[in-house]
Design a protein around this ligand. Structure first.
Ligand code: COA
Length: 251
């Protein structure tokens, strides 16, 4: 089982980095893989309550790879850190399966220097769901949740939850509609926002659809009125009807 875990970690690098060609390359040349191997050891020591040894391994890994993963963090299977330099993963971070991070990503606390002693042992760092991709330079701060298969753009600063399947970009991060999802229904299938947080893009689309439906109904109604008036010998709409029609189109 131990060997299978390593095999799938190595395969994950090959699958997600077009530049990775062989297992030997991953084992010898990928500092993301080295950092992951050291993390597995440091986390094991941490779980045995050998806190200092865990931290020591973690710091040695940081010197060797430029990647700092706190041994208390919880990381799932097939985790890939590509390029890696500058990545910081805080103590109470939780990372699901099949997650990819690029260089300079921080999973950090929002204000670790303020009332530090009160923050000891509390959840201060983000939780990343399965399949999340975080672009280079992104800063994800606080005990927030990035839902399954969500994407965070390069250099984004995220301090609020991101729903499953959504893409968040910019500072402060905002949700954008990815180009490869063709319509609102397609988007809806992935956009499971956390309870109580309606997806703003979907709300706008639904409002526009409702307005189009109201306008269509009104047009059909006016066409019907015009047909009746034509058949009874009245050639044009009364002025009040024309005014009403224009007002509806403007709104
Ligand atoms: C966010 C990301 C994963 C793309 O996600 P996606 O769901 O496929 O989104 P799209 O590419 O369809 O882009 C959707 C919109 O967000 C914008 N966008 C994408 N990434 C952005 C970023 N980092 N910052 C600001 N806007 C961004 C796009 O321009 C597009 O806007 P538009 O509709 O106005 O044109 C990708 O842009 C990204 O940042 N990847 C990280 C790659 C990386 O770190 N590479 C380093 C390798 S060395």
């Amino acid at each position: 089982m131990f060997g299978r875990r390593w095999r799938e970690d190595i395969d994950a690098f090959i699958q997600r980095d077009p530049a990775a060609r062989t297992s030997i390359e991953v084992i010898f040349l990928y500092q993301g893989f080295h950092a992951l191997a050291c993390y597995r050891l440091s986390h094991y020591l941490w779980s045995l309550n050998w806190k200092f040894s865990g931290r020591l391994v973690s710091q040695l890994a940081r010197i060797l790879t430029g990647i700092e993963i706190h041994p208390g963090a919880i990381i799932g299977r097939r985790f890939v850190i590509d390029h890696g330099m500058g990545v910081v993963i805080g103590e109470t971070s939780e990372i699901g399966n099949d997650v990819t991070l690029y260089h300079d990503v921080t999973l950090g606390g929002t204000s670790p220097a303020i009332n530090s002693s009160e923050q000891v042992g509390t959840k201060r760092h983000p939780t990343l769901g399965n399949g999340v991709i975080v672009g280079s330079g992104a800063q994800i701060l606080g005990p927030i949740i990035i839902g399954d298969n969500a994407r965070v753009g390069s250099n984004a600063v995220v301090s609020k939850d991101v729903g499953a399947g959504l893409t968040a970009v910019g500072i402060p991060a905002r949700v954008v509609l990815p180009k490869n999802r063709k319509d609102a229904r397609d988007f809806h299938a992935y956009a499971a926002m956390p309870e109580g947080q309606p997806d703003p893009l979907l709300t706008v689309i639904e409002n526009l659809r409702e307005q189009i439906r109201v306008l269509n109904d009104r047009i059909h109604e006016l066409e019907g009125t015009q047909r009746i008036k034509k058949s009874s010998g009245i050639s044009s709409l009364p002025k009040s009807e024309i005014g009403e029609s224009r007002r509806t189109q403007k709104s």
